[in-house]
Design a protein around this ligand. Structure first.
Ligand SMILES: Cc1ncc(COP(=O)(O)O)c(C=O)c1O
Length: 349
């Protein structure tokens, strides 16, 4: 049972689409599939445009950093976890000029402070933050950021890599946002996306071809070789979002699961009020070690997220609900957690 934040469990019809013979990225069939996938992505997020690139989420964030490097103004990056820190790294590698506002891992941002910084520093031109901070499960408040940015015409960029497909996301007034195929959307890893709502001209003198969103836009989204297999699988996965009430179901299941975990004596790191329903982070008490528990659960058939350095370092383990789950399918995991952890629970009591 795959409870990872990616790759996620893939439905049979999506697997089938991947295994079809590849078709040329210049064929009418491929262009139609790509157009349909883009249309569904825009419908799902309320965005006007999207470019789909071959690569992981890191590519989409590099493409965003590339766009920001074309603007003269300074930026503000918010970080309350691993992926906020990675945005800082993306921006540093592009030598962008920016400040960083940090909150502790697992905490939310002080939105009044964000507003104050934007108000007091007229040079702030863009703000970049992570929506679902996957390292902790905190769901940062895009609505608050949109409000703060709108007051000063600050361009808002958001990493939505682990939020799109798990919670409702409205990118209507967002400048640039990143996403991937292999998490909440339930397709294979390998495609990354950047959403936008404005015209992006090509920047041949300033950006590498692969990172130049305007170049994608000027070539109808296909500037060079694309993967018909990955795009077909993505389209198949996206078609599911039209017919199910996925977000409500995930939230309901997550609340139920967190309740059971707390009954077993586990500490869920992120308070429910600002947590993503799809990423449940558990801080293990001594003498449990996340590496040992993760391996034991793996041997029992449950793949949880624990191998990342930042999780091992904090002795955290994560249960992710990015694919389709039900209470019935999660009960055996809870039984296993009870069984494996019984000695530790006694020492917790
Ligand atoms: C919020 C967030 N941003 C960025 C990334 C990096 O994406 P990738 O590993 O696909 O390059 C991840 C990966 O988990 C993520 O969760």
């Amino acid at each position: 049972m795959n409870l990872l934040p990616g790759p996620v469990a893939i439905r049979p019809d999506v697997r089938e689409a991947l295994s079809e013979m590849p078709v040329s990225h210049r064929s009418e069939a491929f262009l139609k599939t790509l157009r349909n996938a883009k249309e569904l992505l825009c419908q799902l997020t309320g965005s006007r445009q999207v470019e789909i690139m071959i690569g992981s989420g890191t590519l989409a964030n590099d493409a965003i950093a590339g766009q920001l490097s074309l603007t003269a103004g300074r930026g503000l990056i918010l970080s309350n976890g691993e992926f906020g820190d990675r945005l800082v790294d993306h921006a540093s590698r592009f030598r962008l000029s920016f400040d960083v506002l940090r909150s502790d891992w697992g905490d939310v941002f002080d939105y009044e402070r964000v507003e104050r910084v934007i108000r007091q520093d007229a040079l702030v031109d863009w703000l970049w933050a992570v929506h679902c901070e996957t390292s902790t499960g905190v769901l940062n408040d895009i609505g608050m950021l949109k409000e703060a940015c709108a007051k000063r015409s600050v361009r808002l960029c958001v990493d939505c890599i682990s939020s799109i497909g798990t919670v409702p996301v409205d990118l209507g007034s967002v400048y640039l946002a990143s996403c991937v195929s292999g998490k909440g959307l339930g397709a294979f890893p390998g495609l990354s996306m950047v959403f936008y709502n404005h015209q992006i001209p090509p920047a041949p003198g300033a950006l590498p071809r692969y990172l130049d969103l305007g170049f994608y836009a000027s070539r109808d989204g296909v500037p060079f070789t694309h993967s018909s297999n990955l795009v077909s699988a993505l389209l198949r996965a996206l078609q599911r979002f039209r017919s199910t009430n996925r977000f409500v179901e995930t939230l309901d299941l997550s609340m139920w699961l967190k309740g059971r975990l707390r009954e077993l004596g586990y500490h869920v790191v992120t308070p429910d009020a600002h947590a993503s329903p799809a990423v449940i982070t558990i801080a293990l008490p001594d003498p449990l070690r996340s590496g040992d528990l993760g391996r034991q659960l793996e041997d029992a058939g449950y793949m949880l997220s624990y191998r990342s350095d930042y999780l091992l370092k904090r002795n955290w383990i994560q249960i992710c609900l990015m694919a389709e789950w039900s209470r019935e399918r999660l009960v055996p995991l809870l039984d296993k957690l009870r069984e494996i952890c019984a000695p530790a629970r006694r020492s917790m009591a």
